[in-house]
Structure formats: C-alpha cells, structure tokens
Design a protein around this ligand. Structure first.
Ligand code: DNO
Length: 406
C-alpha cells in the first residue's frame, strides 16, 4: 500500500520535510481554510498540490471534502450544496486528486471523552467512556429524552450506564465539565473541518441547534439521503475517475439520539449495493470498525477489500465494561498484520495511512491535533512499514523505501 500521512496543511507543525525523512510517499489532506459549503477552487487546489509535489510527494487522498448537514438531513438547499460538491470534485480531478474521503455522520464527526488517557507504559491515548458520554448528553447538553434513552441502553449486559452517569454527576465540577466539552466538541471537531471551531463561544448552544435539524430523521431517512447524494455525484465520478470512500462512524454506534448508518457489515453492504458502482467505496478505518463489538474486522476486510479505496490502520482495545481506547498498532481487535496481507494482495497501490498514535515523549506539549501526534504516529508508521515489508516479501511484491542509497 502507498504509505501516506494525514497532514493539516502549510500551518501544520509537522512539516513535509519531516515526513519525507520517515518514508511518507503520499499526503492526505484538505483545504482546511475553505469554509463549509464553499467551492474548492482549482487555484487553491493547485497551490497545495504543487507545494506537496515540491517535496517529492503526491496529494493522494482528500480527507475530507465535507458533506454539509443540509445534504445529510435533506434540507431545502441540498441540491444547491450537491452542485457545490460536484464543482469541487471536478476541480480536484482536474488537478489529478481523485480519491475523496468523507463521512455521513450527523452533527458530530468522531467522538472521544478523554484525549490523554494514560497507558500502562506512561504514554497516552484517546479513550471513550460511555458513562462520561452519557453524563455529557444528560447533564451538559441536557438533550430531551436523553435520560430515557440511556436508561434503555443495554449494549453491554450487566452495565447500567445511566446509574454510572448519575454517580459521576456527584463528582463533576464546572472545570471538569469544561474539559469534557473541550474533549467531545472543541478539540476533536475543531480541526476536522466540521461544524465546530476552536473559538466558538457557545458550542453547546450551537450543538443544540444542529441537533434540532435532525428532528424526524431516522435511520431509513438518513439512508435515503445518503443514497440521494451518492446517486447525484456518481456521474461526476464516472466522468473524472474519482473514487469516493465513506469513513465509518466513530464510534460505530448511534449517538445523541442521531441515527448513524456506517457502523457494521449490514450497513456497509447496504450502501455499497444501494449505489452499486465501483466508484462508491469505503475508507476502511480499522480503528473505527474495531471499536464496535459487532464487527469482525478481518472478516470485513476480506469481504470489502475490492470496494476499499483508502485504508486507515489503527486498532482498538475494548474493556470488559465496553469502554474503549486505542491499542498498539500490533495489538487490539483489528489484527493489522492480517489486514496488511489482505489489502496488499488486493491492491499494493491502495493509499494507507496510520491513524491516531500514542502521545509520547514530549508530543503532549507540542500542540498537535488530538490523536495526531508526531512521535506516536511515527512509531506506528515504523511498525506498519515493518509489517508491510514482511508481507510484501511473502507475496513477492518488490518495494524499496524512498530516500536511501540502496
Ligand atoms: C478522526 C478522523 C475523522 C475522519 C472523518 C472523515 O480522527 O478519522 O475525523 O477524518 O470522519 O470524513
């Protein structure tokens, strides 16, 4: 697979010169400065592409060309926004960028409750606690119906998440509340070109307004809207050769009373067959899928390798109570070694990036985006490069890491 890296543009503290030294061949990025819902112009795309190429790398994947809420909930201006999307697609293709990652998660992109959860080895990783998330939902967001929904939540037999959230409420302070809002909204949504920004003054108010847009939108309706979007853009894919790849929901469960539709085998099967076109594909995020107890990640990779256009390698550990954290790239539920075998056999040119890494050895004071450390991700990339080198030898694939004399 092509060794790629998620880079957040010219302001990223991690520079392309640094990435070149560690064997990165392709860049995964977006026009992070273009406001949601505006066209990505050819000039801006070209400027970034040429900058990347000046370092001897290519712009391999767009992550993400965001799908705005109106397309997801089917608002009155959705056709207009689909046209904007199509124009950006054509501009990207004209500049040679032909793999687009997006998601169809309403309101909230990925979610974590703790961004620096300590590992036994002293480094830290991202963490998702159901009790803290339920506390946020009931006590901070104060969402109508939240208490009843958490009372009925029975995903983990024997666990009473509502009781845990109520217990937690007794120990929370305004400072701890603020930290949780930072983790769930500000620091995890701010940099992914989504609905929230680091400087939003009233993120919770904004959150409530977004939730209101989804009144009456259930799983079937959201599926219908995804199908509508995909059908509308497939002709542009045919015309330009663009591959679209949806990112699975993270975590892969419905949250905050919102439907989520890219969680499981059944979901993937549904959207691939609803619009059965090879350009309609999957970002195989092994991490997101492995956070769902319903998912056999290796089985999913075998089944969907041919419709996978982009791979995210990371792995989750699920604790006995259901909470999860990021595991080592050599451990956890995802079995990255086997995934490399499967995808390398399917298509050795498939773009792959390591996803999320430990925060380690000083990463914590560098101000990197949550989950996107330098040393931790570099460590993971080194591990994955080793796996790929071994798998390539097994499969008879020749590979030479760029940047060395031999
Ligand atoms: C988080 C990322 C997601 C992903 C988007 C794709 O770390 O995996 O934000 O980029 O959901 O649209």
């Amino acid at each position: 697979m092509e060794r790629t890296w998620r880079w957040f543009g010219k302001n990223d503290k991690i520079t392309l010169a640094m990435l070149k030294q560690i064997g990165v061949e392709g860049i995964v990025t977006a026009l992070h400065d273009v406001p949601l819902g505006e066209v990505w112009t050819r000039e801006k795309i070209r400027d970034l592409r040429e900058y990347i190429e000046s370092y001897g790398m290519r712009w391999s994947v767009v992550e993400s060309l965001p799908v705005v809420e109106t397309i997801k909930y089917g608002g009155p201006d959705r056709d207009e926004q689909i046209e904007v999307y199509k124009t950006s697609m054509r501009n990207l293709a004209a500049e040679g960028v032909k793999c687009i990652c997006y998601n169809f998660m309403p309101v909230l992109d990925w979610a974590r409750t703790d961004l620096l959860h300590e590992n036994p080895n002293g480094s830290s990783n991202l963490y998702f606690s159901y009790a803290e998330f339920a506390y946020f939902d009931i006590y901070i967001l104060k969402r109508e119906g939240a208490r009843e929904e958490w009372a009925a939540f029975n995903r983990f037999p024997g666990r009473d998440v509502l009781a845990e959230a109520d217990e937690l409420a007794k120990t929370m302070t305004p400072e701890k509340d603020h930290k949780l809002v930072e983790n769930i909204v500000i620091k995890t949504q701010g940099f992914v070109s989504g609905n929230f920004h680091e400087d939003d003054e009233h993120p919770i108010e904004l959150f409530r307004q977004f939730l209101d847009l989804y009144k009456g939108i259930d799983k079937d309706k959201l599926r219908e809207n995804m199908k509508y979007f995909l059908e509308a853009i497939m002709p542009v894919c045919e015309e330009t050769g663009i591959n679209m790849c949806v990112h699975p929901d993270d975590p892969p469960i419905p949250v905050l009373g919102l439907p989520r539709i890219v969680n499981s085998d059944e979901d993937i099967e549904w959207f691939l067959s609803a619009v059965d076109n090879p350009h309609n594909g999957l970002s195989f995020c092994a991490g997101s899928l492995s956070a769902g107890i319903q998912n056999d990640v290796v089985g999913l990779a075998r089944k969907y390798a041919s419709r996978t256009h982009f791979v995210h390698l990371r792995s989750c550990h699920i604790f006995p109570n259901g909470d999860f954290t990021e595991a080592s790239h050599l451990g956890g539920r995802a079995d990255i070694i086997e995934l490399c075998r499967i995808f390398e056999k399917e298509n050795p040119n498939l773009p792959m990036r390591v996803d999320h890494g430990m925060t380690m050895l000083g990463d914590e004071s560098r101000g990197y985006n949550a989950g996107y450390s330098f040393l931790g991700r570099m460590f993971a990339l080194g591990q994955v490069q080793g796996i790929l080198a071994t798998v390539d030898r097994e499969l008879g694939i020749e590979y030479k890491q760029p940047g060395f004399f031999d």
